[in-house]
Design a protein around this ligand. Sequence first.
Ligand SMILES: Cc1ncc(COP(=O)(O)O)c(C=O)c1O
Length: 344
Amino acid sequence: MRLFLTMIPDKLDLAQLPTPLQFLSRLSAELKGPRIWVKRDDLTGCATSGNKVRKLEFVLAQAIAESADTLLTCGGLQSNHCRATAVLGAQLGLKVHLILRGVPPEQLPDGNLLLASLTGAEISCYPLSQYQHLKELFDYWLDFYRGRGHKPFIIPTGASDGIGVWGYLHCVNELAGQFSEQGINPGAIICATGSGGTQAGLTLGCHLSRLNIPVIGFAVCDDAVYFHGKIRDDIGDWQKRYGISVDTEQLNIQVNDRYMGPSYGRATPEIFSTIRHMATLEGLILDPVYTAKAFYGLIQEIKAGTFQDVSDIVFVHTGGLFGLYAQHDKLGLSINSSAAGFIA
Ligand SMILES: Cc1ncc(COP(=O)(O)O)c(C=O)c1O
């Protein structure tokens, strides 16, 4: 443990850890820039894959410590976080209720929504105009469950709060060990930023362990000003909950909001061609909502010379595979079957 912390809260072992740190030799050669490494947090599990599991190890431990029997959380229709919560809730024998933004699909659900439905999670979909009143919706369902003798526990969007921060704070320890084992000296750690908790944990972890590596979050929805505030809020909540004091002015928070595309969940053709290119070149599968936007941004910045003095870069692959299934029609793929060789 390289972090000098006297207290660490309860944690459940839900993720497959440590995840590998993988060198992308062909992409690094193609770009002729720094060596590019991927922290494979898309391998934290199968149906539970991705970054949310690290946060939920702490958040669900807290829910159980509070004797909760029902998890209430929220997100988009294709939320990775909601899918991970639904699967882990079923794994732990807890009821899960998802408050989702959007209109339910007329056909059978796909991607994350399919898996969440499969686990038997209760699902309530609200159009954006109603979802904007999220606090009232949570209050309604809290009262609903309490009135029926249940103990509901609210998990905020993306499990990003002071509890969830522990997930990526811990990941920094794992990374620091791999950096020295694999003899690398990263000049930046890159991640996709959607609700801020992953970047908050990584940034705080690098600060506390004096790693002196900037963490750059590529925003996939809101702008840099919003995320600076959100990341500080999550770290502030962490300090308050656990009574740990950190000089937040010293935190190196860097957000790049130039590659989020048209809006959350919608990606440009360049993003889909990045997905195809990385799958072909390295067998690395990215998703159009989070990781491919951040990866595309990273490639553009390398090409622009932003990292020319840097020897190694680490991209944290935060998962999202099931979101790709939900947008498979935008990949421009067709099966080109060549069935030669059959002689009747
Ligand atoms: C696949 C994936 N990558 C990245 C993120 C962003 O992480 P965070 O919400 O901690 O900013 C999310 C969730 O929002 C996600 O599901």
